[in-house]
Design a protein around this ligand. Structure first.
Ligand code: F3S
Length: 248
């Protein structure tokens, strides 16, 4: 049977400006958007810039917007889009463009550096750390994060209001929640969660949760409980510790 063709509109350009370029590629069963981009690179535009590594949804590198929706290109099937209509591929909107589909996501790494790391309590006398599965059930979900930054890209606080100085975005609120809910961690980061990472700017639109390719319940299981832990306790260290131990 004759191979089907798909049309793509791909952003080509730099921070100085750019435009869309139209391409046509032959499709095959199971083809993903990243395959189409690679096909264009191989046969039509060898200078098309795209960042990718694993092609298996594990590395979080090939984040872009497909028809305006934040996606991992490697996990997005061409067959998910209506046949014959062009598929538009653009770089993530919240971060500065380097070239074509590649953005500069270094702001995220700067945010990550600002978070004081895990500080566990001393080991038990036998040299072990003990915790119960039940104590880490919730944060285990958060550890699935692959740092694709699609949640950062879609969050309107990061995207529209340019609050990047005072708001860390959902990915790092999840990281802060992971630390705060960790039964072995001893550092009280609540003040900085508010002051330096701006948890109060999140108005629970849940767009971050919708785009997470790992299906982490970012808002309901992470950010909202983090807000509660900070608001209700009035920085009472005893209540904080009790919540921490109870995993709430
Ligand atoms: Fe942004 Fe997610 Fe809150 S999209 S506003 S961090 S619920």
């Amino acid at each position: 049977s004759k191979a089907k063709a798909a049309k793509l509109r791909v952003f080509r350009g730099t921070a100085a400006g750019g435009d869309f370029q139209n391409y046509e590629v032959e499709t095959y069963p199971g083809m993903v958007v990243l395959d189409a981009i690679h096909d264009i690179q191989a046969k039509q535009s060898p200078d098309l810039a795209v960042r990718w590594n694993c092609k298996a949804g594990r590395c979080g590198s090939c984040s872009a917007e497909v028809n305006g929706k934040p996606r991992l290109m490697c996990m997005t099937r061409m067959s998910a889009y209506p046949e014959g209509e062009p598929i538009t591929v653009t770089p993530m909107r919240a971060f500065p463009i380097i070239k074509d589909l590649v953005t500069d996501v270094s702001w995220n790494f700067e945010m990550a550096k600002k978070i004081p790391p895990f500080k566990p309590r001393p080991r038990d006398a036998d040299g072990n750390w003990r915790m119960q599965q039940i104590d880490i059930d919730r944060i285990q979900e958060f550890r699935k994060c692959i740092e694709c930054f699609l949640c950062q890209n879609v969050c309107h606080v990061v995207r529209d209001h340019q609050k990047k100085e005072v708001f860390s975005g959902p990915r790092f609120l999840i990281h802060l929640a992971t630390l705060d809910m960790h039964p072995l961690d001893t550092l009280d980061r609540r003040e900085m969660v508010k002051r330096d990472f701006g948890v109060g700017f999140c108005n629970i639109t849940k767009c971050c949760t919708e785009v997470c390719p790992e299906h982490i319940t970012i808002t309901d299981n992470g950010i909202i409980p983090l807000k509660e832990r900070i608001a209700d306790d009035h920085y009472d260290p005893v209540r904080w510790l009790l919540r921490k131990v109870a995993g709430k």
